[in-house]
Design a protein around this ligand. Sequence first.
Ligand code: MLT
Length: 269
Amino acid sequence: MHPRFGQVSYEDAGTGPALVLLHGFPFSSSIFQQLVEALAGTYRLIAPDFPGAGSTSALSRPEEASMEMLADLVKMILDQEKVQQCVLTGHSMGGYVALAFAAAFPERLKGLCLLHSTAYDDSEEKKQARIRSIQFIQTHGSELFLKQMVPGLFASHFAHTHSELVNQIVKQSQRIPAEMLIGYYKAMLKRPDRSYVLRTLKVPVAFIFGKEDASLLLEQALTQVSLPSDSTVHILEQTGHMSMLEQPRLWRLLHYFMDYCETCLAGKT
Ligand code: MLT
């Protein structure tokens, strides 16, 4: 039991250089199961559950959730596991946390991968959409909200051909308490623009986007990719916001990026 976070659960599999996977909203570390299985033969995979997800306690005051607080949770796990440095991959909201982590603890990073995520803060339109989502959850409850929202994160052909998997993900997301979902929406609403982190970070940065991502439009996502001094961009066809499930070969990109970060660190060519 941690005095600040209560019970904290996280996946920890494999040995070797550490790759930390941060899940997005409204998911848990289990979203990365396929990636963990594919990469644990070569790397150490650590995937925390944020409060209310997996077996991590929900916050007693969900309104205190922030990207900085979640970054502190990640640091606490790394300290506990004696991981000095890692490559940090954040999916969507997990990417916002990864950027808060990079701002606070840059010395702990060998590389940063933003998976369907952005360093920019919310546009006015996105802010309004989040406020409407909060109101919908308050009025109709989170079950209906998630049933309607989660399938839209997948490319439409995938959602149609994999309806069982999508329903399973909806059910998993419904385990997160409604107050935590609202807490995360408020936390995302108040997160600052962290494009300066991309500009100042001294380690390689990778971006992975889906061409059919309705949550993060490719055109907007691409405006950040020239900010880092060392940047790699992968644009996946026929992919929405959920490449860890939509693209079974995503692990190859992360494998490549891990290898690249290790090589850069060793000063090899
Ligand atoms: C996520 O997948 O974490 C969310 O789509 C993030 C967001 O709403 O900005």
